[in-house]
Design a protein around this ligand. Structure first.
Ligand code: FAD
Ligand code: FES
Length: 250
């Protein structure tokens, strides 16, 4: 795994929805290439452990991280000011394996939506299905459209898009799709993986686990996977965060 520890200049850090922020950092053209589904490990002043945040986009010399304020660490991040420096370990993990010419369905649930934007940019006209609890949390819809994606928006209570779940749309559209990539809460990922298995479609999922080092040196982020009929433990930070859904033991 090749990564850098970088001091990146903060371009902006704007609130884009209820408790959700869009951080843009200067990422020079000569910096390590970043692929979709990889993540950045952000140092938070005053905290020992870094915070893992997925790459939402990395283009035109900008690294973009979209994050939700959950606890103290992300609250401190939301107060970081443009012009200052952010200490970031990037790029980390193994991302989505996508190829041009295939019809992808990209699925994001809640704060699992941001990595699907950079992924959409690597695909040919993907179908992007995003789901949120309600309208106050909806993000990135225009960005997906600008990336050439067809979007389908659902909310649990119907306050934006259609009322329902991402899996309702997946079932309706799965016949047109070659492969599915998803990021979101574990119950959503499991439901998506079950539908893909039922219809014989390949599926890649991005897992979220609590992390410490972010580089495979501790055991904090271990998950159980099944390979060649054997169960073994792997690191979400180093072997993932993206796994073949068939291999994950939920
Ligand atoms: C690979 C990966 C990608 C992620 N991408 C995003 C993203 O794009 N946007 C976003 O908003 N969030 C993302 N998360 C979740 C984000 O890392 C946590 O919400 C954040 O670390 C919470 O920190 P906190 O200090 O605010 O919360 P606290 O709960 O106070 O955190 C305490 C400790 O637990 C860890 N922790 C808490 N929740 C999580 C979690 N869900 N995952 C991993 N560590 C956690 C923190 O890093 C910290 O060390 C991602 C997590 C992983 C593993
Ligand atoms: S966070 Fe240390 S091994 Fe993954």
């Amino acid at each position: 795994m090749k990564y850098d520890v970088r001091q990146l200049r903060l371009i902006s850090n704007d609130r884009i929805a209820d408790g959700i922020f869009d951080m843009r950092l200067e990422y020079g053209q000569d910096d390590l290439p970043v692929s979709c589904g990889q993540f950045a490990h952000v140092y938070v002043p005053g905290k020992t452990l870094r915070r893992p945040i997925s790459v939402c986009d990395c283009s035109n010399g900008e690294l973009r991280l979209v994050y939700q304020v959950k606890g103290e660490g992300t609250r401190i991040m939301s107060r970081m000011q443009p012009g200052g420096l952010a200490d970031v370990l990037v790029p980390l993990g193994n991302g989505f394996d996508v190829q041009k010419g295939k019809k992808y369905c990209l699925i994001g649930g809640g704060i699992g939506v941001p990595p699907m934007l950079f992924t959409a940019k690597q695909c040919d006209s993907p179908l992007v299905i995003t789901g949120f609890r309600d309208s106050s949390l909806v993000i990135l819809q225009d960005d997906f459209k600008s990336a050439g994606a067809e979007t389908a928006l659902v909310t649990d209570n119907g306050t934006a898009g259609k009322k329902g779940f991402v899996t309702d749309v997946l079932r309706e559209r799965i016949g047109e799709i070659d492969e599915v990539c998803a990021c979101g809460p574990t119950p959503m990922l499991k439901a998506v993986a079950d539908i893909c298995r039922e219809y014989g479609k390949p599926c890649q999922i991005s897992l979220e686990e609590r992390m410490a080092c972010g580089i495979g040196a501790c055991l904090v982020c271990a998950v159980k996977v099944r390979k060649n009929g054997e169960e073994l433990m792997q690191h979400v930070c180093k072997n993932g965060p993206v796994f073949n859904a068939e291999e994950v033991v939920f």
